[in-house]
Ligand binder design. Structure first.
Ligand SMILES: Cc1cc2nc3c(=O)[nH]c(=O)nc-3n(C[C@H](O)[C@H](O)[C@H](O)COP(=O)(O)OP(=O)(O)OC[C@H]3O[C@@H](n4cnc5c(N)ncnc54)[C@H](O)[C@@H]3O)c2cc1C
Ligand SMILES: *[C@@H]1O[C@H](CO)[C@@H](O)[C@H](O)[C@H]1NC(C)=O
Length: 489
């Protein structure tokens, strides 16, 4: 949810940023193949270079090294990152970690169990659990956490393998020869410019990447920003819920990230961000946002307390989730596993092609949810839009199978784009029904038609972005579930 808050399953929105995971290896004529293989099998050199050791890079390094590859990881800063992002690991993300053998990285970091989405609007609220869906082969509980601590655990676990070489260095450019990426140029820890070569280079440099700019277009519009701060020495009365408040102009989210720290986030449209430096932001949070935080438990008290404790951080909202990064890692590992030699350009190109198809159910579900919620949860004076916002809230609060269905989607427990599309259609129809009741005046009728048009337009755009076939044909999603979502508890 871009305009709304950050997490997917909190339904919130993130827009734009990208997690990155871009496998680079361009297609090359098959004739060059033998030659490439010969020159790339250098003794002592790495089989894979990974740029960036965030969640994706560190997990991939571990996974590939476990398969016997020699991995060189180049990370700009090996200190524990201090940042407000990636603080919710959905149940689906935990399953992926377990599949990669990395579930212990969620331990010893004082992560908190996330079992519910608590959603609030205009004095009403509902607490919705991640459903106990027996098709989901893992505990239906997520974790909220300090992202930096998780990243350090993952780095440490990867670096503990003897065939992983993790070093500090800042990658400046990719070395490309005849359309094939051969390696990277980087500044190493002594500040000297140097190079590294490997048959395969994977760039995992995060959502604020500049390397990626040369690889993919990323001209998404930034619709909103998230302002976040931590309230120290505090414990929510309900620490196992993500508290999502449908406020105006956008949502607020509050959750426990360690046993005594609470994260508070307010999402703010790009065109109206108060200045942090001159204190306007804290006035805005106190005067405009805080009164909208329900006085249920100690939510408002904790929201207010944190405003006094230091300057908030501000971030673009982002769409990609750790869950997608981990799912990508798992897919890539499985696809590369049968290749004896990563220098085989043709085979690796095929892997890349399959990778983009296989990842689709998870990435399309996550992106679509984020997009939809970001658009729908914006408070406006437009009656049609407001009808949709209310309809969405009602749909979520039902507490029946529909609610379970959508919470499972949000938690990455059921990566099926078609199911999501059906929910969106149902939300639209419910919202229209709601607008027309108790009796359909011409005005209401008109607004419900507009709502319908809006929904169609939104859905059309999403189908276009993600691909009609990918979204609507269920076989790919079924294959994904079969391969990546079965495991022992
Ligand atoms: C504001 C915000 C909130 C978010 N909230 C959530 C959330 O609640 N739940 C969730 O699941 N996801 C969330 N996400 C998304 C989540 O952060 C990403 O999915 C996840 O961090 C992706 O991991 P990554 O490894 O790709 O990137 P990162 O974790 O950003 O790691 C990239 C790494 O690459 C390094 N690097 C970058 N450039 C270079 C270079 N040139 N040379 C060497 N190293 C380099 C960086 O130092 C960094 O360590 C959020 C994102 C944002 C922006
Ligand atoms: C950094 O790169 C330079 C130039 O290649 C090299 O001489 C030096 O040993 C490297 N330093 C480290 C710490 O790797």
């Amino acid at each position: 949810m871009e305009t709304t808050y950050a997490w997917l399953w909190t339904l919130l929105a993130f827009s734009l940023t990208w997690m990155v995971f871009h496998l680079i290896k361009k297609k090359k004529a098959a004739t060059k193949e033998a030659e490439a293989e010969a020159e790339e099998r250098i003794d002592g050199a790495a089989d894979v270079i990974i740029v960036g050791a965030g969640v994706a890079g560190a997990a991939l390094a571990y996974a590939l090294a476990k398969d016997g590859r020699r991995v060189q990881v180049i990370e700009r800063d090996l200190k524990e990152p201090e940042r407000f992002m990636g603080e919710l690991m959905q149940p689906g993300g935990r399953l992926m970690l377990a599949q990669l053998g990395l579930e212990d990285c969620l331990e010893e970091i004082d992560a908190q169990e996330a079992k519910y989405l608590a959603i609030y609007k205009d004095g009403k609220h509902a607490t919705l659990p991640f459903p106990n869906d027996n098709k989901f082969p893992y505990e239906p509980v997520g974790r909220t956490l300090r992202n930096g601590r998780l990243v350090q655990r993952l780095r440490k676990k990867a670096a503990s393998l003897s065939n992983v070489h993790l070093e500090e260095g800042s990658v400046k450019s990719l070395i490309e020869e005849r359309g094939v990426i051969k390696g990277v140029t980087y500044k190493n820890s002594t500040g000297e410019e140097t190079t590294a070569f490997a048959p395969l280079t994977v760039v995992c440099d995060g959502c604020y990447s500049n390397l990626r700019r040369s690889l993919v277009d990323n001209n998404e519009e930034v619709l909103s920003y998230m302002v976040g701060y931590v309230t120290k020495n505090s414990r929510l009365e309900d620490p196992h819920s993500l508290h999502l408040i449908l406020s105006k102009p956008l949502v607020c989210v509050i959750y426990q990230i360690t046993s005594d720290e609470v994260r508070c986030v307010a999402e703010i449209p790009t065109d109206s961000i108060p200045s942090i430096a001159n204190g306007e932001m804290s006035t805005f949070l106190k005067k405009t946002m805080a009164p909208q935080i329900p006085e249920i438990g100690n939510l408002r008290e904790i929201f207010l307390k944190g405003i006094e404790e230091g300057l908030p951080e501000i971030k673009r909202t982002a769409t990609k989730r750790m869950m997608v990064a981990l799912s990508d890692t798992l897919i890539l590992r499985n696809l590369l596993r049968p290749l004896p030699n990563l220098g085989n350009t043709k085979k690796v190109s095929e892997v890349v092609k399959s990778f983009y198809i296989i990842r689709k159910p998870m990435s399309a579900t996550v992106n679509t949810l984020a997009n939809v919620f970001s658009q729908v949860l914006i408070a406006t004076t437009d009656e049609a839009r407001e009808g949709m916002r209310q309809g969405c809230f009602n749909y979520l609060c039902n507490g029946d199978f529909r609610t379970n269905g959508i919470i499972a989607l949000l938690g990455g427990m059921n990566p099926r784009p078609l199911t999501l599309v059906l929910h969106l259609v149902a939300i639209t129809l419910t919202s229209m029904g709601h607008m027309l009741s108790p009796f359909p005046s011409p005005r209401r009728f008109w607004h419900s038609l507009r709502l319908f048009a809006l929904a169609l337009q939104m859905l059309g755009a999403l189908l276009k972005d993600e691909g009609v076939k990918e979204m609507l044909i269920p076989t790919n999603a079924a294959a994904y579930r079969r391969t990546y979502m079965t495991t022992t508890k």
